[in-house]
Design a protein. Structure first.
Length: 189
């Protein structure tokens, strides 16, 4: 009997083990946040702080027609990340979760995604509000936020929906020196 290809096969990881994909920054974020603890956990949480994205020279024409959008998605790099673990205890939780079930900045590829308010565009400078991105972070892409496609208010949020009384952010260390922060980061499982 001849097997029909793919009928009962499960998809497999098919990329070569040494496959790499280079991503070149298109810009850099200038924000008031120097340390992780200073930035809000999400772009929509806390005070709506302004920041500026400065595009690389020659890319100012890429933002043509971006004016008129209220929000943009910013794909950026967690350039200050200290490696990653398969599981972590998220802020306000007490249970270890798989890294892909969290929004931790410590990820295998260190990519961040924030939906921010678009304030203004002046040539290669884009002013945003609701920033949660650290100063000096590379920006890899910008995409317009389109409510009809990007909003799913009825979507379930997994374990986050089950948090009845979320605790305080156990990783917040206001007033710590950079050395104390690094020391305490090392203590976290």
């Amino acid at each position: 009997m001849v097997k029909r290809p793919g009928r009962f096969k499960r998809p497999k990881y098919t990329l070569a083990d040494d496959f790499q994909h280079v991503i070149t920054p298109i810009g850099v974020v200038h924000s008031p946040f120097q340390w992780r603890e200073e930035a809000p956990r999400q772009a929509t949480v806390g005070e709506a702080v302004e920041a500026t994205i400065v595009l690389k020279t020659g890319l100012q024409n890429t933002v043509k027609d971006l004016k008129g959008f209220d929000r943009v998605w910013v794909l950026f790099g967690f350039s200050y990340s200290n490696g990653w673990k398969h599981q972590i205890v998220p802020p306000r939780d007490t249970v270890k979760r798989g890294i892909f079930a969290t929004r931790s900045p410590d990820r295998p590829n260190g990519l961040g995604l924030s939906c921010v308010q678009l304030v203004s565009i002046d040539g290669p400078r884009i002013v945003i509000r609701g920033c949660d991105i650290l100063n000096g972070s590379p920006v890899y892409d910008l995409k317009p936020y389109i409510p009809q496609y990007d909003s799913f208010p009825e979507a379930k949020a997994g374990w986050v929906d089950a948090l009845v009384n979320p605790g305080s952010d156990h990783r917040y260390r206001a007033g710590c020196s950079p050395e104390e922060r690094a020391e305490k980061d090392a203590e976290i499982p």
